[in-house]
Design a protein around this ligand. Sequence first.
Ligand code: IMP
Length: 194
Amino acid sequence: MSESITELVLATGNPNKVAELAQLLGGRWSIKRRPEDLAETIEDGATLYENAAKKAREVHMATGSACLADDTGLFVAALGGRPGVFSARYAGPNADSADNVRLLLSELSGADDRTAYFETVLVLLDARGHETVVNGRCEGVIAEVSTGRAGFGYDPVFVPFDGDGRSFAEMTADEKNTFSHRGRALRTLRQELV
Ligand code: IMP
């Protein structure tokens, strides 16, 4: 059983994810950022869970506080589930989001099946190191061109099935959170912790 949590350190340094997580968690916990002097976690796990657990443990060891880590992948049917756990480095070790999106659109050029899903695994460690793991999935399709300027990563080409045809990057933060993998995972986490 998790001990009661009042203060939570986010293990991610990605400012976009911090903003989403803080918006979804605010009100319930006091949110703190990952210590700036802590080296970035090397994400060398074979699964989203392994990477998220590694991030959570490193931050927990450094701070002694309760902490929450997220690892997310985009799984594309026509690519046999790629880029999956390697989504951040899909177009190479120094790739940015524009490079990743460009490669994805080129690999899917002419594909009939453009279905894909995002999956997020969240690992929460309480101050004693007790672990809670949840996941969240969002199914959709990869659009043929990028649209929208909001969000981050693959958002301009991901159109969730549960939406109205707009990409995540055309949605407000609240709209994206309603459908998204991360929003779903966090709602499950909140339920688990009541
Ligand atoms: P990581 O969880 O930070 O390792 O993210 C893996 C990759 O997926 C990175 O390229 C992110 O930009 C991308 N990514 C993670 N979450 C999202 C999201 O909610 N929308 C779009 N791209 C995302």
